[in-house]
Write a new protein. Structure first.
Ligand SMILES: Cc1ncc(COP(=O)(O)O)c(C=O)c1O
Length: 400
C-alpha cells in the first residue's frame, strides 16, 4: 500500500534514494496537488470575488469549492465556519487576538499543555501578559502523557479558553482530546484544538469533537505551504471582531465608518492564497480518494516497528513513550549532538530534523538542548525504518 501511494509523490522519482522522515515539519505533495496548482496559474489565474469575467468567476468557484471540501472533510456544520488563512500559526493568533483578548480580564486564565508547539503557546502567553491573566499549563509525566487529574483542577470559572494539541509534534503523544473537550464543556469553557499533526492521518470531525475552534496547516496534509484553516463555531465567529482590515472583508466603507462582511469574508482580508486554497482542496480530494483506515492501520504498524527497532539501539534515549502515540520519534543518541546525527543521516539521504522542534519547554522538561526527530507518513515503509536504524548504528560506531 505504502509503495503504491509513494509512486504518486514525484519527489521520490526525483530522489529515488530519499528516505523522507521529516513529515512532522512538512509532508510531500502528490502529483495531483502539484498539477492542480500549476494548472491554476497556467490556465485559471485571476483574483477572486470581485471580477465578473469568466476567469475570475471560475477562480472564485474553485476557491469556494475548496472551502466546501474542507467543510466536509472536518464535518463542519456550515461552510461559513471554515476560514482560510496562512496556517496553524495564523489560526491561533487570530483566536488569541479576536476572541480571547477581548474576553480576558485580570484573574482569568487560559489553559494550555506542557507539550504545545510555540504557535499554540506564545499567542496565549502574550495576551495573558497584556491583561494580567494567568497561563495555566497542564503538566505531563516522564512518558510524555498529560496529567488528566491536574487538568481537571486547572479548569475554573475563570478559564477563558483551553488550547491543546491533538498530537505532539515532538513526543508523538496522542492526547485524549475527546475527554479533554468534554471536561471543559462541562464547565462551559470553549476549546481550541491544534490538529496540525493529526489532520493528515486521523479522522477529524469537529461536530463529534465538539470543539469551538480547530486549526491546521495545508502543508502537513500533502497540500501547499502558506494555506491553512481555522474552523470556528459560527456562534463565536459571528461575535468576534475582524483580525485584519482591508479589501474583501467589508460591506460598506466611508471615511467615518466601516461595516463588515459576514462570515467567512470578515476574517479573510486581502487577496488570499488562491492557488494554495485550490491546492488544499486537491489534497483533501487525494485523502478522500485513498483508503484512510488501511493507511492509518499501516502507520500504526510502522509506529510499533520503528519504536522497537529504535529502542534496540543501545544508548538511544527516546523521549515521548506515551501508551497512545503516533509515528513521531524524538531521540538522543549517546552524547552525539543531534545536529551531527541529522547531518550524517542527511548525507545518507535520510531526512530528519534536529533542534527543539518549536517546543523549548519540552526540551527543558527532559533536560535536553535538542533532539533528532524522525516522523513518518503514508509513503514510509519498514525499509525506511531499517535504513534509519542501520545508519544510526553506523553513526554511533563512527563517533565512538
Ligand atoms: C502541533 C503544531 N502546531 C502548530 C504548528 C505550526 O504550524 P505552521 O508553522 O504551519 O503554522 C506545527 C508545525 O510544526 C505543529 O506541529
Amino acid at each position: 500500500m505504502s509503495l503504491e501511494i509513494k509512486s504518486r509523490f514525484p519527489i521520490f522519482r526525483a530522489h529515488p534514494d530519499l528516505v523522507y522522515l521529516d513529515n512532522a515539519a512538512t509532508t510531500q505533495k502528490p502529483d495531483t496537488v502539484i498539477e492542480r496548482i500549476t494548472e491554476f496559474y497556467k490556465e485559471g489565474n485571476a483574483n477572486i470575488h470581485r471580477g465578473v469575467y469568466p476567469l475570475a468567476a471560475q477562480a472564485t468557484t474553485d476557491f469556494e469549492a475548496s472551502r466546501d471540501k474542507v467543510q466536509q472533510f472536518i464535518n463542519a456544520a456550515k461552510r461559513e465556519e471554515v476560514l482560510f488563512n496562512s496556517g496553524t500559526t495564523a489560526g491561533t493568533n487570530l483566536v488569541a487576538q479576536s476572541f480571547a483578548l477581548h474576553r480576558l480580564q485580570r484573574g482569568d486564565n487560559i489553559v494550555i499543555s506542557a507539550m504545545e508547539h510555540h504557535a499554540n503557546l506564545i499567542p496565549w502567553q502574550v495576551i495573558c501578559q497584556k491583561t494580567g491573566a494567568e497561563l495555566r499549563v497542564i503538566p505531563m509525566n516522564s512518558k510524555g502523557e498529560l496529567d488528566q487529574k491536574a487538568y481537571s483542577t486547572l479548569l475554573s470559572n475563570k478559564t477563558c479558553l483551553v488550547a491543546v494539541a491533538h498530537i505532539s509534534n515532538t513526543l508523538g503523544t496522542i492526547n485524549p482530546v475527546e475527554e479533554m473537550v468534554s471536561m471543559a464543556k462541562q464547565k462551559g469553557i470553549p476549546v481550541l484544538l491544534d490538529v496540525a499533526q493529526s489532520i493528515a492521518h486521523y479522522p477529524i470531525d469537529v461536530q463529534a469533537l465538539e470543539c469551538d475552534f480547530l486549526v491546521f496547516s495545508g502543508h502537513k496534509l500533502f497540500g501547499p505551504t502558506g494555506i491553512g484553516v481555522l474552523y470556528g463555531k459560527e456562534e463565536w465567529l459571528a461575535q468576534m471582531d475582524p483580525y485584519q482590515y482591508g479589501g474583501d472583508m467589508i460591506r460598506d466603507v466611508t471615511f467615518s465608518e466601516t461595516t463588515f462582511a459576514g462570515l467567512p469574508n470578515k476574517f479573510e482580508a486581502g487577496t488570499p492564497n488562491i492557488a494554495g486554497a485550490i491546492g488544499l482542496g486537491e489534497a483533501v480530494d487525494f485523502l478522500v480518494s485513498i483508503d484512510r483506515a488501511q493507511i492509518l492501520q499501516n502507520l500504526k504498524e510502522l509506529q510499533a516497528y520503528a519504536m522497537s527497532s529504535l529502542l534496540s539501539i543501545e544508548g538511544l534515549q527516546l523521549i515521548g513513550r506515551a501508551t497512545n502515540r503516533t509515528a513521531i520519534f524524538s531521540f538522543a543518541l549517546a552524547d552525539i549532538h543531534p545536529h551531527d546525527i541529522a547531518t550524517f543521516l542527511g548525507e545518507e539521504k535520510i531526512a530528519t530534523r534536529a533542534g527543539h522542534h518549536c517546543t523549548q519547554p519540552i526540551m527543558d522538561f527532559f533536560g535536553l538542548p535538542a533532539t533528532t526527530r524522525a516522523s513518518f507518513s503514508i509513503y514510509n515503509t519498514t525499509a525506511d525504518v531499517d535504513r534509519l536504524v542501520q545508519t544510526l548504528r553506523d553513526i554511533k560506531a563512527f563517533f565512538s
